[in-house]
Design a protein around this ligand. Structure first.
Ligand code: FES
Length: 108
């Protein structure tokens, strides 16, 4: 059971006991983390589960697959080198201490 942290857009720090095998998006939704909308349910097509990996956590994650990078192109927020789709981060015990900043949503 990895303990992971989400930092919500307003700066609120949420520490969550995640389940091995679930995605970071699923852990966020199960714990009502703000602004993880996950409109496609984890199918990697909506980009509404966008997070920024904290610098201290970058080494905990493998590089994103091409489909994840392609979907990130459709997000409304700024895409940065540390951008990830939380639905594509499958959690293992090795993710203990993972810190993810939830991307803000731009509203027009
Ligand atoms: S939930 Fe839709 S891309 Fe992650």
């Amino acid at each position: 059971m990895p303990n992971i942290v989400f930092i919500e857009p307003d700066g609120t720090r949420r520490e969550i006991a995640a389940e091995v095998g679930e995605s970071a998006m699923e852990a966020a939704r199960r714990n009502a983390v703000d602004n993880i909308l996950a409109e496609c349910g984890g199918s990697c097509i909506c980009a509404t589960c966008h997070v920024y990996v904290a610098p201290e956590s970058v080494q905990l994650l493998a590089a994103p697959e091409a489909i994840e990078r392609d979907t990130l192109d459709f997000t409304a927020e700024d895409v940065r080198p540390e951008s990830r789709l939380s639905c594509q981060i499958k959690l293992t015990p090795a993710h203990e201490g993972l810190v993810l900043r939830v991307a803000p949503t731009r509203r027009s």
